[in-house]
Design a protein around this ligand. Structure first.
Ligand SMILES: Cc1cc2nc3c(=O)[nH]c(=O)nc-3n(C[C@H](O)[C@H](O)[C@H](O)COP(=O)(O)OP(=O)(O)OC[C@H]3O[C@@H](n4cnc5c(N)ncnc54)[C@H](O)[C@@H]3O)c2cc1C
Length: 411
């Protein structure tokens, strides 16, 4: 990943705006450029864009959207910024946090109203650290669906999304002004493409083990659950051009990736009263601190694994998420009867027993007897841990810590 002298370039063609990377960031940048009247080409190393975006849940935090207004949720830039800063212990640059929050609501509304993206405001749980409901998602609740909708919008807007286009070098003049890029094709051929402006939207460096070990050693041995094609190219180019890289040790981890199935188990289950125990059946943390923090806590457990425990009510909540349904299909979700319970008799609506009726198998290390309504308070969590007589079937999945890259801890 080099920066070459501009005079060495032999441009096959030129685009007013080039975007490197066809994930959410690149496609939204492309839509913004179209809105500003530019012609845009997106260069993506994969045959079709997937990126970390399509691995994600695709939940976008934003304040002051029309979706919040319709749901009667009061939210402000100040509230959202304060939530973010509290979550990252004040490590983020307040000016950047403020700018992101200030633009967040208008961006969601713009994507919906200008580009037809279907959004829903998530209901039923609060995301870690967020004081109000502000997670917006595609109705399918997956990052893949969000990316699909973005791609449809971009292509309808005339953006050319070129797959199998691995950008391997930039061309810049002596002053550091970029004039184009080198693209390599899977068949070994290559071409130079010129540009008026370049947007680097190639995400972070989670797919580069050496950079990971250098900057985030505590996660170097974790399962990497982001896109493997994100290998720090933008960081290398940016620093080669004289830029300064900040927050290099910040990352998004995840404490609940079903293993070996490789499916995310929504943290909504933990926020609504589920718990995690280690292979010895011991609870080891306060799960409500968030899934990112929990990646480190899970890795520190014997074997680097933990079990999610929750009841039928939360299983029903999980079934609202495509990833969770996939996890269940893949066999990552198992049902156990609570010792001393009612044998898992069907519950009335709201109690929500569902799924298979298999008898207790193996050793369910602990069963979390849930309160039957709403969020579980810390006090009821403690009570729950010592109690085993709720009669709710316990469910567990077997997560491992994963590690994305990018934004500050606790994203
Ligand atoms: C499991 C998981 C769950 C997540 N959940 C959430 C969530 O719910 N909410 C949230 O806000 N965030 C979440 N995130 C984080 C979020 O998904 C990412 O921050 C976001 O998708 C990044 O988008 P992007 O466009 O920057 O990167 P990506 O979607 O990764 O796209 C980058 C693209 O650049 C391409 N590329 C890289 N290098 C080159 C090159 N040299 N030449 C050409 N192409 C290149 C890659 O192939 C890739 O397609 C999650 C992440 C993961 C992994």
């Amino acid at each position: 990943m080099t920066v070459r002298p501009l005079e060495q370039a032999d441009f096959a063609f030129e685009a007013p705006v080039l975007v490197v990377g066809g994930g959410a960031c690149g496609l939204i940048a492309a839509l913004a450029a179209v809105d500003a009247g530019a012609e845009v080409v997106v260069l993506e190393r994969d045959p079709v864009p997937t990126g970390s975006t399509s691995l994600s849940s695709g939940f976008v935090p934003a304040c002051g959207t029309r979706f919040q207004a319709a749901a009667g949720v009061t939210d402000t830039v100040e509230l959202m910024a304060a939530d973010i800063q509290r979550k990252n212990a004040g490590e983020a640059d307040p000016a950047i946090v403020e700018a992101v929050c200030r633009r967040s609501g208008a961006t969601i509304d713009w994507l919906a109203d200008r580009w037809g993206l279907p959004f829903v405001l998530l209901d039923g749980f609060l995301y870690p650290g967020h004081g109000v409901r502000r997670m917006h998602a595609h109705p399918d609740r997956t990052g893949a669906a969000l990316l699909g909708a973005l791609r449809t919008a971009a292509e309808a807007a005339g953006v050319e999304v070129v797959g199998d286009a691995h950008v391997t070098a930039l061309y810049a003049d002596a002053a550091g002004r970029v004039g184009g890029v080198r693209v390599e094709r899977p068949d070994g051929t290559g071409e130079d493409v010129g540009c008026g402006a370049l947007v680097l939207a190639c995400n972070g460096y989670g797919g580069d083990p050496a950079m990971l070990r250098e900057h985030i050693p505590e996660m170097a041995d974790a399962l990497y659950f982001g896109h493997s094609g994100n290998r720090g190219d933008a960081v290398r180019w940016g620093t080669a051009l004289g830029g300064e890289a900040l927050h290099m040790s910040a990352y998004q981890g995840h404490g609940s990736v079903a293993h070996p199935h490789g499916v995310l188990i929504t943290w909504a289950l933990m926020m609504e009263g589920g718990i995690q125990v280690n292979a010895e059946g011991r609870r080891f943390s306060d799960e409500t601190h968030g899934y990112s923090e929990q990646a480190v806590a899970v890795l520190a457990q014997p074997g680097g694994v933990a079990f999610d425990l929750y009841d039928a009510r939360l299983h029903a909540l999980g079934l609202g998420f495509e990833d969770y349904r996939e996890a269940e299909k893949a066999g990552a979700v198992r049902r156990f009867e609570t010792p001393g319970g009612d044998g898992g008799r069907p519950r009335p609506a709201g109690g929500g027993a569902s799924g298979d009726r298999s008898p207790t198998r193996g050793a369910a290390p602990a069963a979390r007897p849930a309160t039957r309504s709403g969020a579980t308070s810390p006090a009821s969590r403690r009570w729950s841990r010592r109690t085993s007589r709720c009669g709710s079937p316990a469910r567990c999945s077997t997560p491992r810590a994963g590690c994305g890259s990018t934004p500050p801890r606790g994203c």
